[in-house]
Write a protein that binds this ligand. Structure first.
Ligand SMILES: [Zn+2]
Length: 148
């Protein structure tokens, strides 16, 4: 009998939920919705695969994730297919913020910063004046909050 391959350091229970979360995201990502959140906290509704029409509610956060499905509350693993699907969606979520920064040569400066899944990933532009920062902030008001 061939043994089931597992990712080193991850038990089969978690590996199985990662695989079904990837499949869930691939098949049902149109049915998922970003419900809100800021920084590392994000809330999603994720369709159930076993019960079509039913939604599960996921909360991702730095202190631990949660889901309303029975698998999450029974397994004790701290993950399920829905939290995995939500993590994939969250890695694609882009937020833009204007951040003030002190520069030794120019004084007060404003950076336009891109965040993905709560992580600062890239400085898109540097704004040199308060007016520029204000303009950028106004432009960003029209940015979609969720791009999942
Ligand atoms: Zn779940």
């Amino acid at each position: 009998m061939e043994s089931i391959p597992t990712t080193r350091g991850i038990g089969e229970g978690i590996a199985r939920r990662i695989r079904s979360g990837i499949a869930l995201f691939a098949d049902h990502h149109e049915g998922m919705a970003f419900l809100g959140g800021s920084g590392a906290e994000a809330r999603y509704s994720v369709p159930s695969r076993s019960r079509p029409g039913l939604k599960r509610f996921v909360r991702l956060s730095g202190e631990g994730d949660s889901c309303t499905c029975p698998d999450f509350s029974c397994s004790g693993l701290g993950c399920c297919a829905h939290t995995v699907a939500a993590m994939i969606a969250d890695s694609k979520r882009v937020e833009h913020r204007v951040e003030a920064r002190h520069d030794s040569r120019f004084g007060e400066m404003f950076d336009l910063v891109e965040y993905r899944g709560g992580r600062r990933s890239r400085v898109v532009a540097v704004c040199l004046s308060y007016n520029d920062a204000l303009m950028a902030r106004m432009d960003l008001a029209g940015f979609p909050k969720a791009a999942a």
